[in-house]
Design a protein around this ligand. Structure first.
Ligand code: HDE
Length: 703
């Protein structure tokens, strides 16, 4: 076969524009300028003439090893993936700004808290913990809430979670915890789920996990949106002011949209309907200018106050109730820009709890101390080089210079020979490099006088860490009865997936120490006899209940940030649809038009284009549903399982259903029984977007 007889070239009309040189074209002086900008090149700037065909010895001949274009392209592709994070692999990021609203110079010298109105860029990454990078967004799990502040005094990383406590007290248990919750080692499943033997085995043997486990089993574990989660620094940190005076501090993020969750049944169905439910929700909200925002609050207290509490503030399995130390708002973070490239930014961002600025310091929380080592180490293994700080998303926005040199993927080109100090090169006029700045540099808080942190080397925990049950009890008892039922049902569900009976038994015996009622519900749900009560190292005490621990006690009907699904079909009244859309938009929400098919549909006047097709847009994707259907269309849809399910799900998920009279036949088929949340279209504004929890007892057998 002759070389010149290729059947076709496969060459498209235009090549895509890839600006890889960053040279402004000056290296292409002998080439046509316009062409130089647009021409596809390899990684070393060689123009590529054909991006469709590899180099062959004849049209049907073997591909030649000489083809450097092919080899470089495939070589780079082969290495596109980097190790995913061992935990928090699945994440979504965004850029934003932090603004100081209430300066606190009396508490901290951190520059970002000195002046009202002062701003600082931030990057945030939200994540699930247990699942891999491609796992679903809505499993029952803790959510990571990591914020990088690019301050003028260097980066401050507040690497927190959406739950204020953690599973373990000492970093040495972290690998065990994570191994137990990840997919089981022999079989490679379950993915992104805690409902399996090894996790609950660990929990049952390590009662300090119980507090965080109860939070994870509560509705906090299945958030509605990343825009509607709280964030917590978890550990107690330290503020230090310009005079060197110190206070202890806990950090809180309060979502401006309030806290909202899904139901378990809903979360499971969302996973099928939209794997990327949270990532998409965050991205789309920012794209439409509906910028998510959180207030940053601090709980500030001192050592004397801490010493009087029935728990140790250095124990990360404990929280400080907001009723005891109110949260004081100091600033607001607003997310205003999506990432331009997911890998370069969200994947390569490297958070380090050790990134701290003058005015903020660590405490001796043994979990925090372990984290200070772990994150630096993990970034080297994930990103492959100690120079990961040079990746744009990680680099500080303030000047940085030192004598760290070389290493894999060094992108800086330091000049001169001053790569050590002290040096006296300045005396001969050479560049001498930077020097330490004792007055403005970071200096660790030395400790309070009379409370020196020294002692014998011991592997033990302080006595004050011994109570593992009082705060779980406080958490459970602070919930509404409906929320308590959700917790009990979640534990029953999880334990029902545990095959080891002795593990189920041990969990319930631990729960008996937390709350006898909870243990009895779980035992009944599992069809087992109540086992003996575990013997705690320290008997719990009854702490004052805290309404701030409950979502439902704080919930307000609110359309802001919510999505309302509107079902219509041929002949639907367009004025009713427009009225709904206008109302929701005015209140700060958004609407999605759903119809039996996408494309244009003839309505009462003109045509309307649906945003989503019914079977592909189940009601689990919306916070409330409205229906504008003619009786004959409703009659037809009553034969369609997707339509019936649309209303049945909205109903059992306790959502507001607003409908026209024509829809009634469909509602009847879906088993929708009139109640305060099932209203006419005109009444929708009166009821608003909220959950009608009183409905739940009639639609679901909760534990
Ligand atoms: Fe992490 N954690 N963690 N963690 N963590 C990681 O660092 C670790 C802990 C948290 O979006 C890893 O860069 C240890 C508490 C978030 O990139 C790793 C201990 C809290 C993220 C690591 C803890 C967190 C991580 C994996 C016990 C809440 C995601 C990849 C001593 C206050 C950050 C990485 C992002 C990520 C270690 C406990 C939050 C392996 C050893 C407590 C939000 O370094």
């Amino acid at each position: 076969m002759s070389d010149s007889k290729t059947a076709f070239s496969g060459q498209p009309d235009a090549t895509s524009l890839v600006d890889v040189t960053g040279t402004g074209g000056e290296l292409h002086q002998t080439l046509p300028q316009a062409d130089a900008q647009a021409c596809l090149t390899d990684n070393f700037g060689h123009r590529i003439a054909d991006n469709q065909n590899s180099l062959k010895a004849g049209a049907h001949g073997p591909t030649l090893l000489e083809d450097f274009v092919l080899r470089e392209k495939i070589f780079h592709f082969d290495h596109e993936r980097i190790p995913e994070r061992i935990v928090h692999a699945r994440g979504s990021g965004a850029h934003g700004v932090f603004e100081c609203t209430h300066p606190i110079p009396e508490l901290t010298q951190a520059t970002l808290f000195q002046h009202k109105g002062a701003t600082c860029p931030v990057f945030v990454r939200f994540s699930t913990v247990a699942g891999g990078a491609g796992s679903v967004d809505t499993p029952r799990d803790v959510r990571g809430f990591a914020v990088k502040f690019y301050t003028d005094a260097g980066n401050w990383d507040l690497v927190g979670n959406d739950i204020p406590v953690f599973f373990i007290q000492d970093a040495i248990k972290f690998p065990d915890l994570v191994h137990s919750v990840k997919m089981e080692a022999d079989r490679g499943y379950p993915q992104a789920a805690s409902a399996h033997d090894t996790f609950w085995d660990f929990v049952s043997l390590v009662p300090e996990t119980l507090h965080t486990v109860l939070w994870a089993m509560s509705d906090r574990g299945i958030p509605r949106s990343l825009r509607m989660i709280e964030g917590f620094g978890v550990h107690t940190f330290r503020f230090v002011n310009a005079q060197g005076a110190s206070h202890l501090v806990k950090f809180h993020w309060k979502p401006v949209l309030g806290i909202a969750s899904t139901t378990w049944d809903e979360a499971v169905k969302i996973a099928g309907a939209d794997n990327d439910f949270h990532r998409r929700d965050l991205y789309e909200a920012i794209e439409r200018g509906d910028y998510p925002a959180w207030d940053l609050g601090v709980q500030v207290f001192d050592e004397e106050w801490a010493a009087r509490q029935p728990y140790d503030v250095l124990d990360a399995t404990k929280l400080v109730p907001e009723e005891d130390v109110p949260v004081r708002i100091v600033g607001r973070m607003t997310l205003t820009r999506n990432v331009s490239n997911f890998f370069a930014e969200t994947e390569q961002v490297a958070f380090l709890p050790s990134n701290i600025v003058p005015g903020i310091d660590f405490t001796n929380d043994p979990l925090l101390q372990g984290r200070l080592f772990s994150y630096l180490d993990t970034q080297k293994s994930r990103l492959g080089t100690t120079n990961f700080h040079q990746i744009p998303i990680n680099a500080p926005r303030c000047p940085f210079q030192n004598f760290q040199r070389d290493g894999l993927m060094q992108t800086h080109v330091p000049t001169g020979r001053a790569n050590y100090e002290p040096n006296s090169l300045a005396t001969v006029g050479e560049e001498a490099g930077p020097r330490a700045c004792p007055s403005t540099g970071f200096s660790s808080f030395a400790g309070l006088s009379g409370q020196e942190d020294a002692g014998h080397k011991l592997r033990l925990r302080p006595e004050s860490f011994a109570d593992h049950y009082s705060q779980p009890r406080q958490f459970y008892r602070s919930q509404t009865p409906n929320e308590q039922a959700h917790i009990a049902s979640a534990i029953v569900f999880e334990l029902s997936k545990v095959g080891l009976e002795h593990v189920q038994t041990r969990v319930v015996s631990q729960l008996r120490v937390v709350d006898e009622g909870l243990a009895a519900r779980v035992a009944a749900g599992l069809g087992m006899d109540l086992p003996e009560r575990a013997t705690p190292a320290r008997e719990p005490v009854d702490l004052r209940l805290s309404d701030r621990l409950s979502i439902q006690k704080q919930a307000q009907p609110d359309i802001r940030g919510r999505v309302v699904g509107i079902l219509f079909a041929q002949g639907s009244n367009v004025a009713s649809i427009r009225a709904l859309q206008d109302y929701v938009a005015k209140e700060g929400g958004s609407t999605v038009l759903v119809a039996p098919r996408v494309g244009k549909i003839a309505v009462s006047e003109g045509v309307l284009k649906a945003d989503g097709q019914l079977a592909g847009s189940p009601s689990v994707l919306f916070d409330a549903v409205c229906s504008v259907l003619l009786p004959e269309q409703a009659q037809r849809l009553a034969q369609d399982a997707a339509a019936v399910q649309w209303f049945a799900d909205a109903y059992v998920h306790c959502k507001t259903i607003a409908h026209c009279k024509g829809t009634q036949v469909l509602l009847d088929k879906a088993g929708v029984v009139p109640d305060e949340g099932v209203v006419s279209l005109e009444d929708f504004p009166r009821v608003g977007v909220t959950r009608h929890w009183m409905r739940e007892a009639s639609v679901r057998n909760l534990a």
